[in-house]
Design a binder for this molecule. Structure first.
Ligand code: G1P
Length: 258
């Protein structure tokens, strides 16, 4: 399995602090934001990693991360997204890198308390399809939201005004190689972007998307409120712990079929 970190976008929700830098280079407590998702992949045993970025500060990632020595990596791969066509467009740039392997995709502003080892292991046993991770939140309208019926995800809505559940789809996705064919079939959404939620809905339509609940805290860091929360959570409890929190043994697995 290969890993892809998506670290592009204009970070406009954080203007003016992202006017002269990329959001994923901002500090979260004692490290640059992008360190956390890279560490999440490395902790899950993923060693071949591609970083997708864009904009005027792309070169700073190379200066910051180099060949990934800080993470025990021998090499890091980079690619550049022209413009801001959305998460799924950015992921489409990973097609050559993936070379037909399965991939674990993580959004560069997603930070977790523990790790995704069990989800990755469970996905390896899955013959095909994708896997998403869910987290119950109080502000679901900010995220992709899973509609769940009888323990099955039957659909995902991107930032719904009236969420059908409080289960946010977090920004960590496991996909088989058909993800790229699905990305080629996407049409831009109302906001003019190729949406990762539409990719996940293609998997739901073919009955091959599974999901798990993530244990431990999760936060994004793309708004002032969530960036502050990320800083506080990391300062208080630390991120990317290898031992999971108490209730992690009870990882709930939910099959999502048509
Ligand atoms: C993106 C996805 C959304 C997901 C979220 C997780 O939203 O589109 O489905 O729930 O990441 O962080 P964004 O933060 O780019 O608006």
């Amino acid at each position: 399995m290969k890993g892809v970190v998506l670290a592009g976008g204009s970070g406009s929700r954080l203007f003016p602090i992202t006017r002269v830098t990329n959001k994923h280079l901002l500090p979260v407590y004692d490290k640059p934001m992008v360190y956390y998702p890279i560490q999440t992949l490395v902790n899950a045993g993923i060693r071949e990693i591609l970083l997708v970025t864009g904009g005027k500060n792309a070169g700073d990632f190379l200066r910051l991360l180099g060949n990934g020595k800080h993470f025990g990596l021998k090499h890091l791969n980079y690619t550049y997204q022209e413009g801001e066509g959305g998460i799924a467009e950015a992921l489409g740039l990973a097609e050559d890198f993936a070379e037909g392997d399965t991939i674990c995709v993580i959004l560069g502003d997603n930070i977790i308390e523990t790790n995704i080892c069990s989800a990755v292991e469970n996905f390896k046993k899955q013959e095909r399809g994708g896997k998403i991770l869910l987290k119950e939140v109080s502000d679901a309208e900010r995220f992709g939201v899973a509609e769940i019926r009888e323990n099955q995800v039957i659909g995902i809505e991107e930032k719904p005004h009236v969420p059908k559940s409080n289960h946010a789809v977090i920004g960590i996705y496991l996909y088989d190689p058909t993800v790229f064919e699905k990305i080629h079939r996407l049409k831009p959404s109302g906001r003019g972007e190729l949406e990762i939620t539409d990719v996940n809905n293609f998997y739901i339509e073919e009955g091959t998307l599974t999901c798990e609940k993530l244990h431990g805290w999760w936060t994004d860091a793309g708004t002032f409120e969530s960036l502050l929360r990320a800083n506080n959570l990391v300062a208080k409890t630390g991120a990317n712990k290898m031992t999971e929190t108490n209730d992690s043994a009870a990882v709930m697995s939910m099959e999502a079929t048509r």
